[in-house]
Design a protein. Sequence first.
Length: 281
Amino acid sequence: MPSARPRVLYVTDLAYPARGRRYCDEDIFLTSRLREHVDLALCHPRDTVALMDGFDTVVVRNSGPVLAYQEAYDAFRAHALAAGVPVYNPLTGRGDMAGKQYLLDLTAAGRPVIPTVDRPEDLRRLPAAERYVVKPRRGADSIGLRVVPAGEVRGLVDGDVLVQPHIDFAYEVSFTFVDHSFQYALHTPDPERRWQLERYEPTPDDLDFARQFIEWNTLAHGIQRVDACRAPDGELLLVELEDLNPYLSLDALDDAGREAFVSAVVTSLRAFLRDASGTGG
């Protein structure tokens, strides 16, 4: 980072009532460590536009689903782009940051993703299933997600939802990256207990699977989480590419794992700020 300590506005909603986890604990820990390297202030996502001009960069973390403050988020994006304020993660993400269109694009490209369509005429392209998942195009945190019988699907496809076959997966697994560097993986041994996570040791094939989506997203800097499920045939399928404000589940790591993650984020921020200032990298 530059010789003067950078001024970082850290965007979080400490009061967000997340199911099964405490966003505030994660951000209290991470900001306590980042303060060793930067001058840092926290703010709610609704306050970002009013405060951001006094900082060198805005770091978006556990700010909750954008649907809860869509107008404020749109204003933040517009102001950051117009004023040239660096935002971490950068606002060019192609994953959840831009909505769920990437699930359709990756399906069309034949990538290993849960097959996804959004038009009635494309339902025939999905594998036959007794139940289907219907989710809003701009949904988050399972808001608005429904599992419906096959006979009800066609009447729900209105252009604002995505449809996927319901998969009885063995478990979910998430891969966390900082920039393009893999950090750790976590999985849910019991699919019914989504937020009871344990460390997962990925195979080389698992990492190849996850890295293809990090490379596809083309973000040079930032924190990303690749969520996948293990299908009945053993294949991993992409569930979500979270590149806006991924929850990190740092409480599932040991002390060494958390310290390694913090170090990776500090290194990433240094490179990000150098690139943003045009002084190197």
